[in-house]
Structure formats: structure tokens, C-alpha cells
Unconditional design. Structure first.
Length: 281
């Protein structure tokens, strides 16, 4: 039977250790602040923002939020970002995505100071990851590395296949696995013979964005399977990109959905905020 990688427990342990760090910093008179900007009132975004505030509260990070109307102009948002970039009491800034259609997402995200870019989306931080220097790393792939390490799954020398090449998940995930000395293959929608490539994987990381797409036909016996996907099925139940019931019997370890990769993302965001405060303030 496969080891079920318990993201809920691992993220809780990390949050508790971050809480201790924040308490120690407070004793030295230092406090950490995250600013979350939400434009419009997309219900899913509101849930994500509320969860981020809740995690900040638990760990002891100050959270400040700007809930701006849908009609906010790009210039107004850029002005606010400039102001926050220069505010020395603010350590992390994030703009909840998606932004309204009249805004240029790239322009907005690139305006956040790389030293406060706790989402790890700024090209300067992406470049740091590429050349192996310190910088903020996109939270979901960073969380996957933490999950593997906390589960004592060794990465070095392993064949790792990453399905997906988005800037937020697939590409940084592949770079992080390379940094951990895996031999990495990246697959995407134009990949030929996906099944056979996946069958070579000791560690298969799935970020394909299609519910239950990966079944037992893609899995090498004994593989570790990490499911980044998150969807609601026909019965409104959460599910991942991997068909858990069909894949689990074959693998040595697997993340469930929910309770696998999901809880790690906010946790890594909190970690980045504390690092922003420690290194750049
Ligand atoms: P995305 O931007 O839609 O990227 C999907 C990737 O999968 C693309 O690179 C695409 O290739 C590739 N792909 C699509 N169909 C394919 C196929 N038939 N064969 C091989 N590759 C295929 O999605 P994302 O933002 O990276 O997110 C991936 C999943 O993770 C989603 O389910 C999302 O909801 C979830 N997610 C979860 C968290 C979390 O906190 N747990 C965070 C972020 C995302 P092309 O590049 O060629 O189009």
C-alpha cells in the first residue's frame, strides 16, 4: 500500500515552526507584514484572500488587505504598488490573481519590488531560481519540495517527470527538482507519447490542469506521484489531476486531493514573508 503524503500534517508542522520564528523576531522588536491586494470580488479569490489572512493571524504575521473595486484603473493599482514598495513596514506584497481584464497582469506583477515579491513571480526571482541564487520561489512548487523532504523521499539521481510548463507551477517545479539533482523531463500538450515518458518516472509531478487525467497506465510500479491539480468533480467533490483510486495501488507514495499539495502553498507564502523581512528589511 502506498504511503499517503499528508500535506495537512506537514504544513501544520511548518506553520508551527514559523510561528516560533515570528515570536523570536518579535522579542527582538521585529514584526512582519504582508499586504494582499484584491481587485473586484471574485468569490474564489475572496476565499483565497481570507485563507491567507487566517494563516497570517495564526503565525503572527500582520496582514493588511486592500479590497479595491473592479473599476480600479491600472495606473491607480501601479501607484498603490509603488507606495507599498517604498513603505519600510511592508515586507511582502501580493496581488490576488486573476486581475480584471482591463489590467496588464505582467506589468502589474513586474512592478512589485523583487524583494517584496513573496509569490516569486517577478522575472528577477525567476532568474535567481534559474541560476541557483537566493530569491523567492513560486509557493506551490516550493511546497512540493518540502513535502518530498518531509516524507524522506530522496530526489537526487531520480528520474523526475513534470507534466505542465506553466510559469507558476511546471517550470519552477522542474528547476527546483533539477536543483535537488534529479534528472528532469518536462512534458506539455505537444509532448509525444506522454504515457511512455511518465512510465520512466521515479517521481511523477502532475500539473496538467485536467481532472483525474493520469491513471495507472502512466505509472511505473513503485513511483512517487505528486498531484498538484485541484478541481471539483461532477458531485462537487474535490479531486486532482490524478485518478487517485486507480493510481494509488501501483505507487510507493502519493499525495491525496484534498490534503496533499494544496495546504503547502499558503505555508510557503508565509515562509517567504518571514524571509523577506529577515533578509531585506
Ligand atoms: P496551466 O497553466 O493550465 O498549465 C497546464 C499545463 O499542462 C500546460 O503546460 C499544458 O501544456 C499542459 N497540458 C495540458 N494538456 C496536456 C496534455 N494533454 N498532455 C500533456 N500536457 C498537457 O495550469 P497550472 O496553473 O500550471 O496548474 C496546474 C494544475 O495545478 C491545475 O489543476 C491547477 O488548478 C492546480 N494548481 C494548484 C495549486 C495548489 O495550490 N494546489 C496552485 C496552482 C495550480 P501547454 O503549455 O502546451 O499548454
Amino acid at each position: 500500500m502506498a504511503q499517503i503524503i499528508d500535506g495537512k500534517r506537514i504544513s501544520q508542522e511548518i506553520k508551527d515552526s514559523l510561528k516560533v520564528q515570528v515570536e523570536e523576531l518579535k522579542e527582538q522588536g521585529k514584526s512582519c507584514t504582508l499586504v494582499v491586494i484584491q481587485i473586484g470580488n471574485d468569490p474564489a479569490s475572496s476565499v483565497y484572500v481570507a485563507n491567507k489572512k487566517k494563516a497570517c493571524e495564526y503565525i503572527g504575521i500582520n496582514s493588511r488587505s486592500y479590497e479595491l473595486p473592479e473599476e480600479t484603473t491600472e495606473d491607480e493599482l501601479l501607484e498603490l504598488i509603488d507606495e507599498l514598495n517604498h513603505d519600510s513596514t511592508v515586507h511582502g506584497i501580493l496581488c490576488q490573481l486573476p486581475l480584471p481584464k482591463h489590467m496588464n497582469e505582467k506589468k502589474i506583477l513586474n512592478r512589485i519590488s523583487p524583494q517584496k515579491d513573496v509569490d516569486g513571480f517577478h522575472p528577477e526571482n525567476v532568474g535567481h531560481l534559474m541560476i541557483g541564487e537566493f530569491g523567492f520561489v513560486s509557493c506551490t512548487p516550493a511546497g512540493v519540495i518540502e513535502l518530498l523532504k518531509a516524507s524522506n523521499i530522496s530526489i537526487e539521481g531520480k528520474n523526475c517527470v513534470v507534466i505542465g510548463r506553466s510559469n507558476i507551477v511546471g517550470k519552477p517545479m522542474a528547476m527546483l527538482m533539477l536543483r535537488e539533482n534529479a534528472t528532469v523531463t518536462i512534458c506539455h500538450s505537444k509532448t509525444n507519447d506522454l504515457k511512455n515518458i511518465c512510465k520512466q518516472a521515479d517521481i511523477l509531478i502532475v500539473a496538467i490542469g485536467k481532472p483525474k487525467y493520469i491513471n495507472e497506465e502512466y505509472i511505473k510500479e513503485g513511483a512517487v506521484v505528486i498531484d498538484v491539480g485541484i478541481h471539483r468533480d461532477a458531485n462537487n467533490k474535490l479531486c486532482g489531476d490524478v485518478d487517485f483510486e486507480r493510481v494509488e495501488p501501483l505507487c510507493s507514495a502519493i499525495t491525496p486531493v484534498p490534503g496533499g499539495v494544496g495546504p503547502m502553498t499558503i505555508c510557503m507564502l508565509m515562509k517567504n514573508c518571514i524571509e523577506a523581512m529577515k533578509y531585506f528589511s
